[in-house]
Design a binder for this molecule. Sequence first.
Ligand code: FNR
Length: 340
Amino acid sequence: MYFDFYNGGAEDQYTLKENVEAFHRITFRPRILVDVSRISMSTTILGHRISAPIMIAPTSFHKLAHPEGEIATARAAASCNTIMALSFSSTCTVEEVASSCNAVRFFQIYVYKRRDVTSMLVQRAERNGFKAMILTVDTPRIGRREADIKNRMISPHLKNFEGLLSTEVASDKGSNLEAFAAEVLDRSICWKDIEWLRSITSLPILIKGVLTHEDAIKAMEVGVAGIVVSNHGARQLDYSPATITVLEEVVHAVGGKIPVLIDGGVRRGTDIFKALALGAQAVMIGRPILYGLAAKGECGVRRVIEMLKDELELTMALSGCPTLKDITRSHVRTDQDRFN
Ligand code: FNR
């Protein structure tokens, strides 16, 4: 049940497959005879220096993968010198995660019908040293995840909400998670609510779930500090485009004014290089982190990040790019280029 929950996507899982396969369709235009004896992967995200453009995406319920849950993930982020985004639906509290390590942490939020609950969590995260808020905007309702429905997926205890909200939802059929989401998520959330969010936090706000240039422009108009191109790991609207196929459209609309991050289907260092070549400032990793956590806790998450870093470093060397700045649009060939 838990593996299906982690692994699965929505409905036909078209987007789930596409997120990965769209990366495979991009090839390289490597440059030769460049001095690659030294490779530098370090970058800054909203002013925070990290060792490589690889961040941990917000994913829920880490205790389903490992008893130490999000604490193990955060410790791995700290030891790899990268940023972890903690999910609103975490199984450890924001306080527990904050006190367990000194990783730079962002906090992902959902807007609940009970706005006071969202607001309280935002304030707790801010008090506990989280550095940015990531508002996930692709989830006014939860996607139709058929494996969870079939398995009657049970939501674990969400410690963050203790004393604030009951997470016990009576559902005698289908996914318990879906029933919980239907009860708590505010389906009315819209652009004007960014202003509300801004009124309850002074931290920078990133918006996660942008897939079109129209929405990228609106996001900039409402003053967000960054954009995450994401289709929620293909768990929401099936037949959404693979994120890597729309990255450039968003990057062009943004015109370098704010950072653009991307997640969905990043499985190799070569994928990271492709995302950077198409204009992303960094990638976020979802499922591979969960699999590392399930296999070997903190050590497993660290290993996943190290493998991706090693692969990116090798890709940079073999394509003649000693620094991230050297990676340009002309280092990759996409479907689009072939048609033109
Ligand atoms: C997610 N994702 C997610 N996103 C979010 O904003 N809040 C959340 O609580 C969760 N929870 C969650 C659980 C699980 C099991 C998965 C797989 C994903 C989406 C996540 O942040 C990210 O967008 C995708 O996981 C990226 O795709 P990959 O790397 O999993 O292909």
